[in-house]
Design a protein around this ligand. Structure first.
Ligand code: SAM
Length: 238
């Protein structure tokens, strides 16, 4: 993992418009040209998406519910949400990601008359989550905080909570002893595709950031595969 001068955000934007875009498009896709590690991460991430969809649907049907998908990537969550009838606002700091998500959405959502609801194409925007505004029933931000240290994550969490009327769902790489160790080993022996720094977050720190702005955690989940670790939390106004 390398530390690059300047803001984390500029480094992240550059990465996800270029090599990171190529790498993650493959991981989030369904083609066979992935290695064992990438295939494992694909599996872990798909479990996260599945868990989020379940968390959301548990509270009632999603038809007509407004959802902000902050840091939408290639649309892995936005598209299934739209299939459930949610009114999705999808945004990402990377223009490449947004273009890919929009293309995937058009392919997967147009002419779908076999669904129980008529999907509304998500509204796509190139925007970092810090500049998002508006109000949404639900705000979701999956696997984005890993790119930011806790000092930045606090502000990002507060901002996302300010956009949400009823719930905020976050996933992040948990700072646990075991995973910390793995990460340190990874830093000693960096692999070829480690292009950005990964930041782990202690669940207690995320919880404190939520509490500071008047939110509490209602549900928690943990998704792990061999190479993918995500803590999932659903927060609601306290
Ligand atoms: N949420 C998607 C998912 O789970 O499929 C994508 C996860 S991917 C690991 C991280 C995404 O966060 C990338 O698409 C990246 O461009 C985006 N991102 C990173 N920093 C961001 C920021 N400050 N604002 C908005 N998006 C950001």
């Amino acid at each position: 993992a390398e530390e690059v001068g300047g803001g984390d955000k500029e480094v992240v934007r550059e990465y996800f418009n270029n090599s990171g875009f190529q790498r993650w498009k493959k991981i989030y896709g369904d083609t066979d040209d992935v290695n064992r590690v990438q295939r494992d991460i694909r599996l872990g991430h798909s479990k996260t998406v599945e868990n989020v969809l379940k968390m959301l649907a548990d509270e009632g049907p999603l038809s007509g519910v407004t959802v902000c998908d902050a840091g939408c990537g290639t649309g892995s969550l936005s598209i299934p949400l739209a299939k459930e009838g949610a009114i999705v606002s999808a945004s990402d700091i990377s223009a490449s990601m947004v273009a890919e998500a929009e293309k995937n959405a058009r392919e997967e959502l147009s002419g779908k008359d076999n669904l129980s609801v008529v999907p509304v194409l998500p509204k796509f925007e190139v925007k970092d989550l810090e500049s998002l505004d508006g109000k949404y029933d639900t705000v979701v931000c999956l696997d984005v905080l890993i790119h930011y240290p806790q000092s930045k994550a606090d502000g990002m969490i507060a901002h996302l909570a300010s956009l949400a009327e009823n719930r905020l769902i976050l996933s992040f790489a948990p700072k646990t002893f075991y995973y910390n160790l793995l990460k340190r080993v990874g830093e000693l022996f960096p692999g070829p595709s480690k292009a950005t720094r990964a930041y782990l977050h202690a669940e207690a720190d995320v919880e404190r950031a939520l509490q500071k702005v008047g939110w509490r955690i209602r549900k928690r989940g943990l998704i792990t595969t061999q190479f993918y670790f995500a803590r999932l939390v659903e927060a609601v106004p306290a």
